[in-house]
Design a binder for this molecule. Structure first.
Ligand code: GDP
Ligand code: MG
Length: 164
């Protein structure tokens, strides 16, 4: 059985930033202006002696809101089908958006372990605000992290690697 961790979520929430942190060697190419990941989507990570493949699904979401649903059905879902565990990333600074809700509905149907990762929890205020993502109605606890600094990612990974 392969251990495959997919990072999903709408553009610009920080998926590639977390991907780069998890895989240690940088294999995704980041574009700060568009949030588009252009190149490699796969990397390899390790935590407490557990090894896993990481997929940055962001590379498949190229467009604006109106084609988002089509893109997700045809492309992201293929990547998510491969995954054994999914990190669903949202953004504490933006708060809960309609696109997050749409994404959550798709993830719910997959019936796979989903962890809600509330990124950009750069300070205590944002960390506390992350509780609003319980409004997504997913079973997951909310894991506030800052992918930029790495804070919170250890607690998240401790839980995730229990599946591996
Ligand atoms: P993606 O489109 O979901 O892959 O998002 P990116 O990883 O490309 O990040 C989008 C933007 O958010 C970039 O400008 C990142 O530097 C920024 N970003 C990522 N993580 C954090 C974080 O923890 N805190 C803050 N403040 N910014 C972040
Ligand atoms: Mg990206």
């Amino acid at each position: 059985m392969s251990n495959i961790l997919a990072i999903a979520g709408r553009p610009n929430v920080g998926k590639s930033t977390l991907f780069n942190r998890l895989v240690e060697q940088k294999k995704a190419i980041m574009d700060d202006e568009s949030g588009v990941t252009r190149d490699r989507h796969y990397g390899f990570g390790q935590w407490t002696g557990k090894y896993f493949t990481v997929i940055d699904t962001g590379g498949y979401v190229m467009g604006s809101d109106d084609i988002f649903e089509e893109q997700i059905r045809e492309q992201v879902k293929l990547a998510l089908d491969e995954a054994s565990v999914i990190l669903f990333m949202v953004d504490c600074k933006d708060g809960l958006t309609d696109m997050d809700m749409d994404f959550a509905n798709i993830l719910r149907e997959l019936k796979k372990p989903v962890y809600v990762v509330a990124n950009k929890a750069d300070n205590q205020t944002l960390d506390l605000q992350s509780a609003e993502f319980y409004g997504l109605g997913l079973e997951s606890e909310i894991y506030p992290v800052s992918s930029a600094s790495g804070s919170g990612t250890g607690d998240l990974l401790d839980k995730v690697v229990e599946h591996f």
